[in-house]
Design a binder for this molecule. Structure first.
Ligand code: SAH
Ligand code: SF4
Ligand code: F3S
Length: 460
């Protein structure tokens, strides 16, 4: 694994400045998909600002429009093509407008081909590995006056010191590793994000310290499977060790992390969460299915019994811990029996939150070749049953929290005027009346009731 360091590209910045002689250009950057991608979008903004761009919030003002895309489900890709298609008119009005597509979709050859052939007004395409080279790509686009479409490639490198323009002043994303080696049979991520590679703990610690020093109250560690952190590093370190090192940093902050793959979530990790007050008592532990047969077909490497053992252990060790999960409905060959096992698991675990997806075949993944006789209508019906079960279980658990007084991190405006939303340690959200000045601060809130998944409360 190669470690690269970003350096300011003065030559490309000069080319960009010459292309926009009248005023500094404005960039509109929109990220789809997971937090990793959102964090990449923050780095793209940082790099663009480093070479003279300003930022804008709508496409009409922009000189450069960049969609940082997600490929995880077909729906995500269709949305991007829809968004790109809507820009055709803008480009006709302003031929100097630069339209770019980057991120996970651009890691697939058939997508780059489609953009090349069917979207002639898209003039910049690069994958997840191109952020540090973006200034050079723009410079090339301007000097040659031609579209710059890069074919998918991966360097499997870690790039440090990228400039970053964070979306929030109090919550930050901090990637600890990139890529994925798990090859769950339904999933495109290992193909688009490349091999798993961990950042050096010293680099993570330096970024972490800097965030705490700048007053960040919540830092979320990111990786497709944070539990396998450390593989391939020269020093022996695992994810639990890393958490312990981070928690030594003094300050008023809390740490979250995602995603934990159940096959690698260790009791040692649970013990660290139990012992360290900086760590939130919430574990996102995607199970995908309640059927051992399907877990095998998905290449997940755990059984439901092992999964439930881990949940039991965490419940014993961490009072008040809550769980959330991802579930795929309608994986190829899912029977009514498999699905019933998923419903049972949801009841047994009592997830506070569930992210549910209807299986979407992804070109190039093993599951896309499996026979899938279940009609779409049946999959939709299963999805509705799953949601109904989840609502029944979680709404009751959420309502039962009334009466408690909890600490929350105030995130922003609530739905009703004069209210704010705060996130509890366990990842639930409470709405309460409070002045705007509390945004970005911790507050103590007394829980008075709930409406569906939303807690209601008042400042304590
Ligand atoms: N690395 C994380 C998840 C990344 S993708 C993990 O292992 O949990 C986020 C979620 O999208 C997955 O957990 C899965 O539930 C869902 N997903 C991934 N590929 C999918 C597909 N082809 N169809 C439907 N859902 C999918
Ligand atoms: Fe996809 Fe599985 Fe990797 Fe998660 S662990 S990103 S679901 S291959
Ligand atoms: Fe999507 Fe890429 Fe994340 S495919 S889920 S944006 S890693």
């Amino acid at each position: 694994m190669e470690k690269l360091t970003y350096t300011h590209d003065a030559a490309s910045a000069a080319v960009i400045a010459r292309f926009y002689p009248d005023a500094p250009p404005l960039a509109y950057v929109h990220s789809f998909g997971c937090q990793q991608n959102v964090n990449d979008g923050e780095k793209i903004r940082g790099v663009l600002m480093d070479v003279g761009f300003g930022l804008c919030e709508n496409v009409e003002q922009a000189d450069l429009i960049l969609f940082n895309t997600c490929a995880v489900r077909e729906h995500a890709e269709q949305r991007v093509f829809g968004n790109v298609g809507a820009l055709k008119k803008l480009k006709e009005q302003n031929p100097r407008l630069v339209i770019g597509v980057c991120g996970c979709m651009a890691q697939q050859a058939h997508i780059v081909d489609k953009l090349r052939k069917s979207y002639p007004y898209v003039d910049l395409v690069f994958g997840v590995d191109g952020i540090d080279r973006l200034p050079a790509m723009l410079a090339q686009r301007f000097t040659r006056g031609k579209r710059y479409l890069e074919d998918p490639r991966t360097r499997n490198a870690v790039v440090e010191d990228l400039p970053i323009r964070r979306d929030s002043g109090f919550r930050a994303w901090l990637p600890i590793m990139y890529g994925c080696d798990n090859f769950c049979t339904y999933c495109i991520v290992p193909y688009v994000r490349g091999r798993e590679r961990s950042r050096e703990p010293e680099d993570i610690l330096a970024e972490f310290r800097d965030l705490v020093a700048h007053g960040y109250k919540e830092i979320t560690l990111l990786g497709q499977n944070v539990n396998s952190y450390g593989k391939g590093l020269s020093q022996p370190i695992d994810f639990a060790d890393l958490l312990q090192r981070l928690c030594q940093v003094e300050g008023d902050y809390q740490i979250r992390f995602m995603t934990s793959h159940p096959k690698d979530a260790s009791r040692k990790l649970i013990d660290v969460i139990a012992a360290q007050p900086h760590l939130c008592r919430h574990i996102h532990l995607p199970v995908q299915s309640g059927s051992d047969r399907l877990l095998k077909a998905m290449n997940r490497h755990y059984t439901i019994e092992q999964y439930k053992d881990l949940i039991d252990y965490a419940r014993q060790k961490i009072p008040g811990v809550t769980f959330s999960s991802d579930i795929i409905v309608g994986f190829p060959g899912e029977t009514e029996e498999d699905f019933a096992a998923t419903l049972r698991l949801v009841e047994e675990v009592g997830y506070m939150q569930l992210f549910t997806f209807i299986y979407s075949p992804r070109e190039g993944t093993p599951a896309a070749k499996l026979p899938d006789p279940t009609p779409r209508a049946e999959k939709t019906a299963r999805m509705e049953r799953l949601l109904a079960t989840q609502e029944r279980v979680s709404y009751a658990a959420i309502a039962a929290m009334a009466g408690q007084t909890v600490r929350v991190l105030v995130e922003g405006a609530g739905r009703l005027p004069g209210t704010l939303n705060g996130r509890l340690d366990n990842n639930l959200v409470v709405e309460f009346a409070a002045p705007d000045s509390l945004v970005g601060q911790y507050a103590r809130v007394r829980l008075t009731g709930s409406r569906a998944a939303l807690l209601l409360g008042e400042l304590a």
